[in-house]
Design a protein around this ligand. Structure first.
Ligand SMILES: Nc1ncnc2c1ncn2[C@@H]1O[C@H](COP(=O)(O)OP(=O)(O)OP(=O)(O)O)[C@@H](O)[C@H]1O
Ligand SMILES: [Mg+2]
Length: 1075
């Protein structure tokens, strides 16, 4: 059989299904997207999830009957969601109908009402409408202020100062009236200084427009219903378009001129980019405004040489796929950003940027929102619980989706499912080496493979600082390669053995040369406490420069911070003293008055530890303080190396270990790469502290090449190849053996298979996986598949009949796929839910919470049996009954607590899972992470992660149940539970926390200062924010405001979409001919 032959076509079957969107199915983030991995296994999980929990705790909650992802995106607060809005539309229509009837009636009665007069005469004069509106304004003002205002008619100059929404509104109104063949007026009610909320404006304008419609329709009374609906639709749309575009309350002539100029430049750029000439336009085919914005927002005046060279590569101009690799801090992001802007503005296509962690996505969203607002594109967040599947289809402006790996995968799936994959012009993957990292790498690989397989027009660009076997990646991505060794700030690498510092020198025979002896007088006490001379090393730099100390474990971070502080002179207290005191106050504020005792001692000296045991709010605050220099030293785990960008003058590696594992070359490179801030430091230094015994290994570490990247697609069985196959068949990307095999040969694994899994052919692997999924009841074979094309080598499988079939996904497969349930757990989940149907205890939330406690976290949990026993005894009889139903007895826990031997076999995973559900249940009751952390003796960061993971898993289970009729009863319950888990904060803070970078603590501050909604934030003046909110830098204030503006803008657009959809004539509407 000739597998590679022509018979096995590259077939892409994309079904456009008219059914509810996939939502959380694709959404469901795995905990890993949330934070950089740490080699400490346990830390890994914790870290990843904590960052996610800081995110807007919203999505994942959907009404059962309606999968409209809008609901998912906005939850049930601050929403334009269906009920309120659609009800408004209905009301308006109703009112309109009534109004028509009444007016008509009045007209017949020949009343003196101006309005009805015009109806009566079946004509609408400018004066008439003007008078009417004037009258309305007049009445309104009178009602509001208690005195009569004189109505003013705006002259042409005044109109220039109208809010842009109003100007657009007038323009559109004019058009819509013209549509109706009417003469309309330019004189309208207006109020340049009113800062209304979108919904207020919406309502206000809608009512006005309704009246206008009414008048117009009186003239064209013979028009059909369809026409009338169209006019309503148009005016609603136009009003909302107006509001949505009102980014700043005042609309000036200068602004309009600037906007015109920009759009002209974009048109020129568009032409330039489409023409084959070498002329690059004002700024790499982009409007010169982009260059100005880089100067304004980032202080970047000129591109580095390599950046210019890379952007002008022929392959880049020809839109070939590209991989580029440069040392850390080389400025890789800028190149990707320029290419993304070209795609968005000039080629008018959407762009996806995939970043490894939630915190980095948020950083990027904040940084690019202002570009989006200035240049007219959307920046949409796909991280943590944010993101809509499929994304909203925008009419004019394009979208830049910034996503974590998992969310990026969900997005691609949803675009493929809805036949929209070609709308994506460019996909950028930062930190491409992540493709080799466990299940996350497998997800990244399948995402890219799906893009390559389904879209010929989507360009892929990958970048990394740590790539070795680029050829394999090039083959997989069919990409060109660019590399340079450029680093703007020189990095000097040192090693420290005893009290000697050596410089890493690849030219020297030993790989290092003597540099200096440490010159620091150590007392005996200090020698004992600090044998590694950490105090000496950090005090050479702090407090004027910043320093990071990477430690092998979390506990070590805290110890080192405390130890260093013990020996710092009192002088350090004085450095930025007031800001540090305020910071402590702030830490207390965000932690319900609690303060970590270690931080309490270290912060006054400008030192803090940073790891996953802290809550995300605490970490965010520490990060901010460190980047502004209030803190000068952070002791941290390796997670910080891959997380948010926090560079330092000096980076110290406490030991060549991460947990108990010896450091890998890539990790070493990432950590030392934090040294040297571009534009701030003239030099960066790294010092690796090592013991004599590790010397040989360290010398190898610093000299050997970077580790190769290897595919994890097959190694991560259930989370890799199994999930891939289920989605290929579920999405109908490839449904028969031949196509699936063809797909597999195009993956990164396909490229590396010959040395990754020598003993099996790719064909065998494909067949085995399909068989496994079929046996598990997730797939079913279909019709007979002709086997002409199979190779001889594979003929051994010919005898097996089943593989000759094409496949379809079963109900259980579909549920697992939609719920993004790890296939290792899908049958356990099914069994647990089925058992729950026999007797779900609903007297408290405990039973439901148990069912949505994540399996993977339970398997890693190690209960404190005394606490377990104590908590068990505090349960009500009904709650204890839950434990009995699940199969955990008090007797068992009691014996464990007293250390007795237990003969009876008990499922450890069930017992552990119940323990974690106790934690969650307590948290739901008390809503205080600190007190729960104390009660269960677990780090607060872990509790926070558990909550996020449970909220996510709860929505996954909901989607699982939605696909299986027998579980209908769970749906309503899970909607509510997901909400409870998601909003385990004060409900009024949720709308503010939607804004990227606003965590609970900041949300509280803003709320208390009077910024109670997204609209408040979008209209806030950053300068006022700085003055009223403690510890808010100008940079942060600007980012909050621009993120809020962007979000509001997106919501308004979403609303427009909704109206359009609602008022659209169904495509299957029976036509007269048919009837
Ligand atoms: N042309 C430039 N002029 C001045 N500063 C620049 C320029 N290009 C980038 N930078 C700045 O250099 C810093 C590092 O850039 P960037 O984050 O893109 O590095 P990177 O190559 O992605 O590094 P890493 O591998 O660590 O992610 C940023 O602060 C960025 O604003
Ligand atoms: Mg980077």
């Amino acid at each position: 059989m000739d597998v590679g032959g022509s018979r096995i076509r590259r077939r892409v079957s994309v079904r456009k299904r008219n059914r509810p969107s996939l939502e959380i199915l694709f959404a469901a983030p795995t905990v890993a997207e949330l934070r950089p991995g740490d080699e400490e296994e346990e830390e890994d999980k914790e870290e990843e999830m904590v960052a996610g929990s800081r995110r807007r705790k919203t999505v994942g909650v959907q009404p059962v009957e309606n999968h409209d992802s809008e609901e998912d995106m906005f939850g049930d607060y601050d929403s334009f969601a269906e009920n309120s809005f659609l009800a408004q539309v209905d009301d308006l229509e109703q009112k309109y109908m009534q109004l028509s009837e009444n007016r008509e009636h009045d007209a017949d009665l020949a009343t003196a009402d101006l309005f009805s007069e015009s109806i009566k005469h079946n004509k609408l004069s400018i004066t008439t409408v003007g008078s009417f509106i004037e009258l309305k304004t007049h009445e309104h003002t009178e009602n509001q202020s208690g005195h009569k205002d004189v109505a003013v008619e705006p002259g042409p100059d005044l109109l220039c100062e109208l809010p842009s929404s109003q100007v657009l509104y007038f323009e559109n109104l004019q058009n819509s009236s013209n549509d109706l063949g009417d003469q309309s007026t330019k004189e309208r009610d207006w109020n340049p200084s009113s800062h209304k909320t979108v919904s207020e404006d919406l309502l206000h304008n809608s009512i006005e427009q309704l009246q206008q419609i009414h008048e117009s329709s009186s003239k064209v009374r013979t028009s059909s219903d369809v026409n009338r609906r169209k006019s309503l639709k148009d005016v609603l749309k136009s009003t909302m378009a107006g509001n949505a575009k009102a980014q700043t309350p005042i609309f000036s002539r200068t602004k309009q001129l600037k906007e015109n100029l920009l759009s002209e430049e974009i048109n020129v750029a568009k032409k330039t980019i489409e023409s084959p000439s070498d002329d690059l336009g004002p700024f790499y085919s982009l409007p010169s405004k982009v260059r100005d914005l880089y100067v304004q927002f980032k202080g970047i005046e000129k591109l580095y040489e390599w950046q210019h060279a890379c952007l002008t590569l022929n392959s880049v101009q020809e839109r070939k796929n590209l991989i580029y690799s440069l040392p850390t801090s080389g400025g890789k992001t800028l190149v990707a950003e320029i290419l993304m802007l070209q795609e968005l503005l000039c080629r008018r296509k959407d762009v996806l940027m995939i970043l490894p962690y939630v915190a980095i996505v948020q950083e990027k969203i904040s940084a690019l929102s202002s570009f989006g607002i200035e240049l007219g594109f959307f920046v949409e967040e796909y991280a943590g619980s944010k993101g809509k599947f499929p994304p909203i289809k925008r009419r004019e402006k394009k979208s830049l989706y910034i996503a974590t790996i998992e969310k990026g995968h969900g997005l691609i799936n949803s675009l493929i499912e809805t036949g929209r994959i070609n709308s994506l012009g460019l996909v950028v993957v930062d930190e491409l080496h992540m493709i080799a990292e466990g299940s996350r790498g497998a997800v990244l690989e399948m995402t890219l493979a799906k893009i390559i397989y389904t879209s010929k027009t989507t360009q892929i660009i990958g970048m990394s600082a740590t790539l070795n076997n680029v050829e394999d990646l090039q083959e997989f991505l069919q990409a060109e390669y660019y590399t340079s060794q450029f680093r703007p700030v020189e990095l000097k690498e040192y090693l420290k053995i005893n009290d000697t510092i050596y410089k890493v020198d690849s030219k020297a025979e030993a790989g290092m040369t003597f540099s200096r002896l440490l010159n620091y007088k150590y007392s005996d006490a200090l020698k004992k406490m600090d044998p590694d001379h950490l105090v000496a090393l950090v005090t050479e730099v702090i407090p004027n420069y910043s320093c990071l100390v990477f430690c092998p474990t979390k506990k070590n971070c805290e110890n080192v911070a405390e130890m260093i502080c013990k020996f710092l002179s009192k002088e350090y207290l004085k450095h930025r003293e007031k800001e540090k005191q305020e910071m402590i106050k702030n830490l207390k504020n965000i932690s319900n008055g609690n303060l970590c005792p270690v931080l309490k001692c270290t912060i006054p000296l400008g030192v803090a530890y940073h790891h996953s045991g802290l809550t995300s709010d605490e970490r965010k605050l520490l990060e901010e303080a460190y980047s502004t220099g209030v803190l000068c030293l952070l002791t941290c785990t390796s997670t910080l190396a891959a997380g948010v960008n926090l560079p330092a003058r000096r980076v110290i590696l406490r030991a060549p270990y991460v947990a108990k594992e010896f450091l890998k070359r890539n990790q070493y490179k990432q950590m030392i790469g934090r040294a040297g801030r571009a534009g701030i430091d003239s030099v960066g230094e790294s010092i690796l502290i090592l013991q004599e015994k590790d010397k040989q290994q360290v010398l190898e570490l610093i000299s050997r090449p970077l580790e190769n990247c290897y595919s994890h697609l097959v190694q991560e069985f259930t989370k890799g190849i199994q999930t891939l196959f289920l989605s290929l068949i579920g999405l109908k990307i490839a449904t028969n053996l031949g196509d699936i095999y063809h797909f597999m040969s195009g993956t990164f694994f396909g490229v590396q298979q010959k040395f990754l899994l020598k003993e099996k052919s790719l064909w065998e692997i494909t067949v085995e996986s399909l068989r496994y999924l079929t046996e598990k009841g997730l797939l079913q074979k279909n019709t007979i598949f002709t086997e002409k094309g199979l190779t001889q080598k594979d003929a051994i499988y010919k005898s097996e009949e089943w593989f000759q079939f094409s496949f379809h996904i079963t109900k259980l497969g579909q549920a697992s796929f939609k719920g993004t349930i790890d296939l290792a757990y899908c049958d356990i989940l099914y069994r647990d839910l089925k058992k729950g149907l026999e007797g779900l205890v609903l007297e408290s939330l405990l039973h439901l919470v148990y069912l949505t406690t994540p399996y993977d976290m339970a398997s890693q949990c190690d209960p404190d049996w005394m606490i377990y026993f104590r908590q068990f005894n505090q349960l009500s009889p009904a709650e204890q009954n839950v434990a009995t139903l699940i199969g955990v007895s008090e007797n068992y826990i009691g014996k464990k607590a007293s250390g007795q031997a237990i003969k009876k076999k008990v499922d450890k995973d069930i017992v552990n899972r119940l323990y974690l559900s106790f934690v969650l249940y307590t948290l739901l009751k008390e809503t205080n992470i600190w007190s729960v952390s104390e009660k269960f003796n677990m780090p607060r960061g872990y509790i926070q992660s558990l909550l996020t993971a449970a909220a996510t898993f709860s929505s996954c289970v909901l989607h699982f149940c939605e696909e299986l009729e027998e579980f209908w009863v769970y749906r309503a319950l899970l909607v509510e539970l997901t909400k409870k888990l998601t909003y385990c904060v004060r409900a009024e803070l949720v709308p503010l926390m939607e804004v990227t970078g606003v965590l609970e603590g900041r949300a509280k501050q803003l709320y208390n200062a009077g910024y109670k909604s997204l609209t408040h934030l979008a209209n806030a003046d950053p300068e006022v924010l700085i003055r009223t909110i403690d510890h808010l830098s100008r940079h942060q204030a600007k980012q909050i405001v621009s993120s809020a503006k962007m979000l509001l803008h997106e919501k308004a657009e979403a609303l427009q979409e909704e109206v359009e959809e609602l008022l659209r004539l169904p495509s299957d509407f029976p036509s007269i001919e048919k009837a």
